[in-house]
Design a protein around this ligand. Structure first.
Ligand SMILES: O=C(O)[C@H](O)[C@@H](O)[C@H](O)[C@H](O)COP(=O)(O)O
Length: 230
């Protein structure tokens, strides 16, 4: 007998499992009532690309789904490193093109000037979100909560929806949802790949460093679904 061996990329497999979980969460929240809308908060970076590919054709009523970002670089939407561009190209196609996307930028030149308008617009979405998907950097940042962020303390304590952020470790100015807003979700997912990030997460779980040193720690005291692949 000839055996057929199919090798699956673990990152793609993990993305598929997470897409199933998110689609089920969105369906459950939409099924509550026919007029209900569901909000999905996604992250940028490179990790979500296979997730978006696995999620965008899931059968659900995408016309009742709002999508926004956990954070954004303050760049134009056609810039290579715009998270909005990334979402439009990789998530908002196929069935998911019926969803409504809410970007975190506007025409102001600086996030400090544009933040109030973005905050008001994003606060008006149907919170709590069905799900928040966070990534994490090797410095323990998540969303744009950077250990060296100029407004990290404000973002960790503010009741405002969004906070501008600049950090010496990253080239562009950013805008991030505040911790309080990021916590307004029914489900929080941490989506990671690689052994380097596994090591950072172990450090964060060891309870030695402060939230200001490893901001991901702000999410470890509440239920969190971890999707990790080597
Ligand atoms: O837009 C961004 O850059 C994110 O919001 C950021 O918090 C990201 O999730 C991590 O930096 C992980 O990025 P990677 O997925 O590229 O490793």
């Amino acid at each position: 007998m000839n055996a057929t061996v199919t090798e699956q990329d673990p990152r793609v497999q993990t993305a598929h499992s997470l897409a199933e979980y998110l689609a089920a969460a969105l369906r459950a929240d939409l099924d509550v009532d026919p007029s209900a809308r569901a909000l999905l908060v996604v992250s940028g970076g490179s990790t979500p690309k296979p997730l978006f590919a696995a999620l965008r054709d899931k059968p659900l009523d995408w016309s009742r789904v709002d999508i926004t970002l956990a954070d954004e670089r303050w760049v134009s939407e056609d810039a290579d490193d715009s998270n909005a561009r990334f979402v439009r190209e990789h998530l908002l196609s196929g069935a998911a093109s019926a969803a409504t996307f809410h970007p975190l930028t506007n025409a102001e030149a600086e996030p400090e000037d544009g933040c109030a308008e973005v905050s008001a617009r994003i606060a008006a979405l149907p919170w709590p979100a069905s799900a928040l998907i966070l990534g994490m950097g090797s410095d323990g940042h998540t969303a744009s909560l950077f250990p060296d962020g100029d407004r990290l303390q404000e973002a960790l304590t503010s009741a405002d929806c969004c906070v501008p952020m600049r950090a010496p470790s990253v080239p562009q100015a950013r805008i991030t949802l505040s911790l309080e807003r990021l916590r307004q979700t029914r489900r929080t997912v941490l989506h990671l790949t690689g052994t380097d990030k596994q090591a950072v997460l172990s450090r964060a779980l060891s309870d030695v460093e402060a939230v200001s040193e490893l901001p991901i720690r702000a999410f470890l005291s509440a239920p969190l679904a971890l999707y990790w692949a080597p």
